[in-house]
Design a protein around this ligand. Structure first.
Ligand SMILES: C[S@@+](CC[C@H](N)C(=O)[O-])C[C@H]1O[C@@H](n2cnc3c(N)ncnc32)[C@H](O)[C@@H]1O
Length: 198
């Protein structure tokens, strides 16, 4: 099992952890969507109070062995699941919380739709979904660096791009029974956005 590395996770992990330490439930399963390398899973699960268990996942089967390699030795991290958010059925029925970093802008819009549809199905009433990444606000970029990032994403794939929290993501969440709650400014012009299942 080979560990993959994404250097950005070292830069953003403490700011994300501070949000999760306030928001995550103490018990049950936190489902992470698009775990990528697995570095967030390993770091967060080691620094959140128990007995919460962390369920990492990714839509790319090739990612799973790196996630499991980073999780090795931590009994609170469950074996990584293959979860393509666009699938109508996920291999997990219930979660006490969800976390998803840096996926919705590096995937087609259908991934955002699938994420919120799935959150509406699996989250228990009142449970949070924490979404981390760059967002537009009221249709506009919040920083030149995000605008340049958006342009580079769209040049790589026209179906990718920084999403608007107000006109795209919050209405989508509402359609699936999730209410926009807290918006936490993060380093490098990112946000952590906390939705709750009604
Ligand atoms: C930029 S990486 C982010 C990884 C990690 N969350 C982080 O912040 O470092 C985007 C991840 O989204 C995953 N992804 C893309 N489309 C997906 C989908 N439809 N369902 C689940 N995961 C998906 C990719 O496989 C990749 O691991």
């Amino acid at each position: 099992m080979s560990k993959r590395h994404a250097p950005a996770t070292l830069r953003n992990r403490d700011a994300i952890l501070a949000v999760l330490q306030r928001i995550a439930p103490q018990d049950g399963v936190l489902l992470e969507i698009a775990s990528g390398t697995g570095e967030h899973a390993a770091y967060m699960a080691s620094n959140l109070p128990g007995p919460l268990r962390w369920q990492p996942s990714d839509g790319d089967a090739d990612a799973l062995s790196s996630i499991d390699a980073h999780a090795a030795g931590n009994p609170r991290i469950l074996p990584a699941l293959l979860v393509d958010v666009t699938a109508r059925k996920w291999p997990i029925d219930r979660a006490a919380a969800m976390f998803c970093a840096n996926m919705i802008h590096i995937a087609p819009w259908q991934a955002s739709e699938g994420l919120f549809a799935g959150a509406g199905r699996v989250l228990t009433s009142g449970a949070p979904l924490v979404l981390y990444g760059p967002f537009k606000r009221d249709g506009a970029h919040t920083a030149p660096s995000n605008e340049a990032f958006d342009a580079s994403l769209r040049s790589r794939d026209p179906s990718w791009g920084v999403r608007c929290l107000d006109s795209e993501i919050a209405p989508l969440a509402k359609r699936h029974g999730l209410v926009l709650g807290e918006i936490v400014p993060m380093p490098a012009n990112n946000l952590s956005v906390i939705f709750r299942r009604r």
